[in-house]
Design a protein around this ligand. Structure first.
Ligand SMILES: *[C@@H]1O[C@H](CO)[C@@H](O)[C@H](O)[C@H]1NC(C)=O
Ligand SMILES: *[C@@H]1O[C@H](CO)[C@@H](O)[C@H](O)[C@H]1NC(C)=O
Ligand SMILES: *[C@@H]1O[C@H](CO)[C@@H](O)[C@H](O)[C@H]1NC(C)=O
Ligand SMILES: *[C@@H]1O[C@H](CO)[C@@H](O)[C@H](O)[C@H]1NC(C)=O
Length: 643
């Protein structure tokens, strides 16, 4: 009994103690939280990183004297630092770093012999220094760099000196010309450090090479958590130029409208990856948001709403942003024009569009609403001419995309007016009468386009029935037309176009359509037509050489102008599109800038860092693995068979 009481009292005592302890822990926790917030930079992490066999291994700080921050380890441990896309020429990077503060960066010299280049270089230099300031302020996390106010934001490692200077000198040798297919985008970048001065020397033929060099230079700099400073690789020599001249992204703003600020963010992202073409699929049968001064009713009736439009001033602003601010050229904005069916009858111009909203739609078009040009109504060429003139006022690129796929000839075949027209022309006996009609449309509208521009642009068309074997060479001059290829990587359509000698832009949907793998919005299917979802590895490994050699043909690189990934936007809108685009588009960028012999596995660690770099700069890019893998440089490959 006594024992019992004693036991009881002990239990009570224990539970009281436990209770108090719990309270105390709670209080302690709160105190810890508060102090963690106020002394963020004083917590020293138990982890550092050490470089072993080109991997950065997370290591206990107490177990090494070689420890670095994760970012600095990755900058100095890998052969090519964290550069993305990889340079194609000679690359030498020293393993040591210099520390500096953002306000010691000077763009000391910009030398070119055109004032246009000078102006653009100044803007590019401001963007470059902007990245560096952003890296520092992200690193400081809202704290200031002022050492006298908060000593802990400065110097904890011996190599930090608030005196270390960082100079940038740029020389551009050619006179200014807007970016075109034959523009030299090459550059050399040297970084040299003598005592407390680091100087980066950039030499490029053109402005465009120089801006790529600044992007590369920004990637040789990182924030170092251990010293609370920026660091740059001390000595560098890089020679670089892209393998393909045309490296792009197609954005569809017709299925769902995208705001101009969102498009600007995409253009920013292109510049981080040295992509140089923004192909704007501005209209389609679903909507016509392009405000044409000469044909204003098109947008009034064709836009989703009065707010969801692109006015000439919006477009001018975007073009300026692309070419000046973000350093993209006149030809990066190519508009594809697909006229909206709704415009037709409103003009009192007769039927401009046939099979408008025809049912069952699946027999007449690839997706509702249906509608196809009436190629025998001359007024269609007047409308096109006006719209082309408006486009020529806004887009000065040397390329123009005329769209041209998804023509469904069934509609034409069923229209008596058309069959009669073919009889009158004496074309009705021709087994290819309807292709001939299509070709006639293409020729007439091309004449209007050339007239509107007052010159002959390169014309891009999607591959289609018109570009098929036996037909393409009858209808499409290969010196005039570039074909954008969208079928699968090993479809013989590609072989035929290649053998017919057309210059090609690669957009095979099984690697480069970023909208694949979402649910089906049309019909009863569960997954959309081009499912499954395409991971970055497939994007990365999408090699034009492999495609051509797969057909046992000899590979002529010059016939491949480059590649474009695409986001068709039936199910995309708003900021959410960024995680669909990024970082997969970065994989595409390295494939077409560097075209490495290696596959994705060799790029994986850098790919993670490129994704982190974009996130730092404000892009909502999806992670590709749990952060633990990134921090430990571990790839969970199970066996070599998996690679
Ligand atoms: C611009 O500079 C390059 C090399 O420095 C030179 O070859 C070229 O003649 C110069 N052009 C003009 C217009 O001065
Ligand atoms: C783009 O083209 C327009 C008209 O040809 C020209 O005024 C402008 O300077 C060009 N911009 C660039 C960056 O070449
Ligand atoms: C269109 O022009 C091409 C030449 O560029 C020609 O070969 C073709 O026959 C023309 N089509 C028609 C229907 O006249
Ligand atoms: C094309 O490649 C796919 C895999 O990507 C394969 O399943 C298919 O059999 C190939 N087709 C041909 C005609 O080789």
């Amino acid at each position: 009994m006594q024992l019992g009481v004693a036991k009881n009292s002990t239990m009570t005592e224990r539970s009281i103690r436990a209770c108090c302890l719990l309270k105390w822990l709670l209080v302690l926790n709160i105190i810890c939280l508060i102090s963690a917030q106020s002394t963020f930079f004083e917590i020293s992490s138990p982890w550092v990183w050490t470089c072993k066999e080109k991997k950065c291994l997370r290591t206990r700080a107490s177990e090494t004297t070689q420890g670095q921050s994760n970012a600095v380890c990755k900058l100095t441990c890998y052969d090519s630092a964290t550069l993305w896309p990889l340079p194609t020429g000679k690359t030498t990077l020293s393993k040591d770093i210099s520390a500096f503060f953002a306000n010691n960066v000077r763009v000391a010299k910009l030398t070119s012999n055109s004032s246009k280049t000078d102006d653009m270089l100044k803007e590019a230099a401001a963007i470059f220094t902007g990245y560096i300031q952003q890296m520092e302020s992200n690193g400081l996390g809202g704290s200031t760099r002022d050492c006298s106010v908060s000593a802990n934001t400065c110097a904890s490692a011996s190599y930090v000196s608030s005196e270390h200077l960082f100079n940038v000198e740029v020389i551009v040798t050619q006179n200014f010309t807007p970016l075109a297919l034959d523009t030299d985008e090459s550059y050399t970048l040297d970084v040299k450090t003598i005592n407390s001065v680091t100087t980066a020397y950039i030499v490029a033929e053109t402005f465009f090479g120089a801006r790529h060099a600044m992007e590369t230079l920004s990637q040789l700099i990182t924030w170092d958590e251990l010293s609370n400073s920026l660091v740059v690789i001390k000595d560098v020599h890089i020679e670089d130029s892209p393998v393909f001249p045309h490296r792009g992204f197609t954005l569809d703003t017709a299925r769902n409208y995208m705001e101009i600020p969102l498009i600007k963010r995409i253009i920013d992202g292109l510049s981080y990856n040295k992509l140089n073409v923004f192909h704007w699929h501005i209209s389609d049968s679903n909507s016509f948001p392009f405000v044409s001064n000469r044909e204003p009713l098109m947008a009034i009736y064709g836009a989703h709403s009065a707010r969801q439009i692109y006015r000439p001033a919006d477009i001018q602003e975007l073009v300026h942003y692309a070419q000046e601010s973000k350093s993209f050229p006149n030809w990066t904005l190519q508009a594809t024009l697909v006229l909206d069916g709704n415009g037709g009858p409103l003009y009192g111009m007769g039927d401009l569009i046939l099979c408008l909203d025809e049912q069952p739609w699946e027999e007449y078009c690839a997706q509702p609403p249906c509608g196809i040009f009436n190629p025998i109504n001359d007024k269609i060429y007047t409308v096109l001419s006006n719209i082309y003139k408006d486009m020529a006022d806004l887009f000065q690129s040397d390329m123009f995309h005329m769209g041209g796929d998804e023509v469904n000839m069934k509609c034409w075949k069923e229209k008596e007016s058309i069959t009669q027209w073919l009889v009158d022309k004496g074309w009705d006996k021709d087994p290819n009468a309807y292709l001939k009609l299509w070709s006639n449309y293409q020729n007439q509208s091309l004449a209007k386009l050339d007239e509107a521009y007052g010159r002959n642009n390169h014309i891009i068309l999607w591959n289609s029935d018109l570009t098929a074997k036996e037909h393409a060479t009858n209808y499409l001059d290969r010196n005039r037309y570039i074909i954008q290829y969208w079928n699968t990587w090993n479809d013989t359509i590609l072989k035929d176009l290649y053998e017919d000698g057309y210059k090609l832009i690669i957009s095979n949907y099984d690697a480069l359509y970023l909208d694949c793998g979402y649910g089906s919005w049309v019909g009863n299917g569960l997954n959309n037509w081009c499912s499954p979802f395409i991971g970055w590895k497939s994007v990365y490994d999408n090699s034009p050489r492999a495609m051509i050699e797969n057909f046992k043909l000899s590979y002529n690189k010059d016939q491949i102008l480059g590649g474009e990934a695409a986001l068709w936007a039936e199910q995309s809108k708003g900021l959410a599109i960024e995680s669909k685009i990024w970082p997969r588009l970065s994989a595409h960028a390295e494939r077409f800038w560097t075209d490495p012999d290696t596959k994705w596995l060799a790029a994986e660690t850098r790919m993670h860092m490129q994704r982190e770099r974009m996130v730092e700069r404000g892009i909502t890019a999806d992670p590709l693995q749990p952060e633990w893998c990134v921090q430990n440089d571990v790839h969970p490959v199970i066996s070599n068979n998996n690679m």
